[in-house]
Design a protein around this ligand. Structure first.
Ligand code: ZN
Length: 350
């Protein structure tokens, strides 16, 4: 099992780039952040930014320093929801001119758990067609957690040029972890991630859309190299903050959103938070409404993920993970999953 540090790629929204977590002059600057992700679906909706990025390059257009890498996601999930197709030519041209640091193939076809075997096979055929058509240059191939995973692995390995890629992206985990209809059992999902890791031991593996503090443990333990998430922003917009080692808590009452409120102990934990936002604005800042409150919660959430990843990494490297997580990771519905991963990996228990 690989033991590199899990990188957190922060999903951005082009409609609102605040809080500017990559900006050294912002009170919300997070120096540990090294990667952000923008979505082609977003760029498609915002032609002025898209054109600017094609003229000036993505970094300059978004005013993101070169030290922070920009990943481009194809937005396939959004296009699938709206029944649309990605214009491959437009995407290709954008990649060429806007120069993202990392970019996936223009479109993939996500197999929903409720699909029949034949429908899932169809998704595989269509995704593999795009993987092969874009096996050149820096395009990152995509495979999906599904009942067809083995065929994906086999087909990717069968192509000499695809097999030479240094990175592969793994999608389709989220609907299974969210227990959508006919979702696979958790153990099966873990087993598939494990198989992908073992089969592609020479490649970096990126997993789409993992954003809770507990799911980070699973990704890190399984040797995943990077994950992306917009969860830090989505949660902040609903008045929710993430806490180290446990689930989400509601700290700002913003209309219809509901959630579990912090206990006294969790309140104390938040009041001692060392993130730049809490250090400057205190716990009261997290409860504010409007863009100010949103920015404070969002940067707090992202800092929490980065810090959690740092802690996981240091405990795995020191051989103290198995002792540490038992106390650290409480109140999470994913705890039994982490237990099962730890139990499977004897090295962690020795
Ligand atoms: Zn904080």
């Amino acid at each position: 099992m690989a033991r590199q540090r899990l990188e957190i790629v922060a999903g951005l929204s082009l409609r609102n780039l605040k809080p500017r977590v990559w900006d050294g002059t912002s009170p919300f600057h997070l120096p540990a952040l090294k990667e952000v992700m923008v979505s082609w679906a977003d760029l498609n909706r915002m032609p002025s930014i898209r054109r600017k990025a094609m003229r000036e390059g993505l970094h300059k257009a978004l005013d993101i320093p070169p030290s922070v890498s920009i990943y481009l996601d194809n937005g396939a999930f959004n296009f699938a929801m709206s029944g649309g197709e990605v214009s491959r030519k437009d995407y290709e041209e954008f990649v060429l001119r806007a120069k993202p640091d990392w970019y996936v193939i223009p479109q993939d076809y996500i197999p929903a758990p409720r699909m029949t075997d034949k429908e899932q096979l169809d998704c595989l055929e269509r995704t593999m067609e795009v993987n092969l058509a874009y096996s050149h240059d820096g395009y990152v191939p995509i495979i999906h957690i599904s009942r067809r995973l083995d065929s994906y692995i086999e087909r990717l390995k069968a192509s000499e040029i695809l097999n030479r890629k240094s990175v592969v992206a793994l999608g389709g985990i989220v609907p299974n972890l969210l227990r959508m209809p006919k979702a696979m059992a958790y153990d099966e999902v873990l087993d598939m991630i494990r198989r992908t890791r073992a089969e592609f031991s020479d490649k970096r593996i990126h997993v789409f859309g993992i954003g809770g503090t507990a799911t980070l443990h699973i990704a890190a333990l399984m040797g995943i190299d990077s994950v992306d998430s917009s969860g830090w922003r989505n949660r902040a917009a609903r008045g929710i903050v993430q806490l180290q080692g446990c689930g989400d808590r509601l700290v700002a009452q913003l209309g219809k959103w509901r959630g579990r409120k912090p206990s006294d102990e969790e309140h104390k934990q938040l009041s001692e938070c060392q993130c730049p936002s809490c250090l400057e604005f205190g716990i009261e800042g997290l409860a504010e409404s409007g863009i100010e409150g949103f920015s404070k919660r969002a940067s707090h959430n992202l800092w929490t993920l980065l810090e959690e990843s740092r802690l996981i990494d240091s405990h795995i490297s020191n051989g103290t993970y198995a002792c540490w997580y038992r106390d650290h990771l409480n109140n999470s519905i994913y705890r039994p999953l982490v237990d099962s991963v730890v139990k499977f990996d004897d090295a962690l228990l020795s």
